[in-house]
Design a protein around this ligand. Structure first.
Ligand code: MBD
Ligand code: FE
Length: 309
């Protein structure tokens, strides 16, 4: 690292001017954030002696990432989405909110408006002959009371690690459903065992990961939003135990509390009872929601979500 060429006072003055701090117009929060990020960026450029070519390579990288709509993938890949979770965890701890199911990142592949059904659903359309997976459980509050009428919004990849909507070969909303819990707070679904996701070949995300010597794989997982009036929204995932990438997730989403036992059922009678003709897997997982609180930041995240046609 070479010595810096520009004084910190000069950088501060340039950033303040560029962020409009000397005028009354504009959005004060935007001005505050832009000022800070400009200071931090100029200090980094100066102290790391970032060359013009390096700088413009970075801008070209980001431009292409934007064209390819990849920021939603780069953000978890560079740990920022997990970092936001850690901050929310700590804010909740300080507000005295404890006992809920662990949260983990949403990721970029949620599609709003999946078909809604009561109590149970089948997520797959029967065209993927992956292992059948039954998953069920109960949604409860932190006192252990079942929450009926909660919405379990679930989405996951197919056996190729691909998500419907983003993968045009799958039907709309394949492997995506919303299930309303029954009177006992229970949900239940049939689906197929997902495979892990891998960042697309040739993507900007993959290029960055390669440049820092990392891979772009996630362990197999199932995503959830759990919502119920009067309770804090839960954004989480479960990971499939035994996956090669279980504790080596490029997106930093794995949490040990979110790795349920996967029961592999090969007993002929049980297979028959399930109406199947080959072994299947079963996962039981309960969700615990914290009560709504005004003392802590909201868990409702407003970000752009597509909806299938
Ligand atoms: C995924 O399926 C995912 O969940 C995340 C966080 C990033 C990329 C793909
Ligand atoms: Fe995912």
């Amino acid at each position: 690292m070479s010595d810096s060429l520009i004084g910190k006072d000069v950088i501060a003055a340039l950033a303040a001017s560029a962020a409009g701090l000397h005028g009354a117009d504009g959005n004060p929060r935007v001005k505050q954030v832009v000022n800070r990020l400009l200071v931090d960026l100029m200090v980094a450029i100066d102290e790391l002696d970032i060359s013009m070519d390096e700088f413009w390579t970075g801008i070209a990288y980001l431009t292409q990432a934007g064209k390819q709509n990849e920021f939603g993938l780069i953000v978890p890949g560079v740990v920022l989405e997990h970092f936001l979770d850690l901050r929310l965890d700590e804010a909740e701890r300080r507000a005295g909110i404890t006992g809920g199911t662990a949260r983990t990142i949403e990721g970029p592949l949620y599609i709003a408006g999946a078909p809604l059904s009561k109590g149970e659903a089948r997520l797959d359309d029967g065209t993927d002959d992956g292992q059948v997976l039954f998953m069920e459980g109960q949604v409860r509050d932190i006192l252990g009371k079942p929450i009926s009428g909660a919405i379990v919004d679930v989405w996951h990849a197919n056996t190729m690690g691909n998500y419907s909507h983003f993968d045009p070969t799958q039907a709309a909303y394949n492997l995506r459903r919303r299930i309303e819990t029954d009177e006992e707070g229970r949900y239940r679904f049939r689906s197929i065992m997902p495979s892990g996701y891998a960042c697309p070949r040739g993507s900007q995300t993959e290029k960055l990961l390669k440049a820092v010597g990392r891979h772009g794989n996630r362990p197999a997982h199932v995503h959830f939003f759990i919502t119920s009036p009067g309770h804090r929204k839960l954004t989480t995932q479960i990971n499939i135990d035994g996956d090669k990438y279980l504790y080596d997730d490029f997106a930093f989403g794995t949490r040990s509390e979110l790795i349920p036992v996967v029961e592999h059922v090969s007993d002929a009678r049980k297979i028959d009872q399930a109406g199947l003709n080959k072994p299947f897997a079963r996962i039981r997982f309960d969700f615990t929601l914290a009560k709504s609180a005004i003392a802590a930041p909201t868990t409702i995240v407003n970000r752009e979500h597509a909806e299938a046609a």
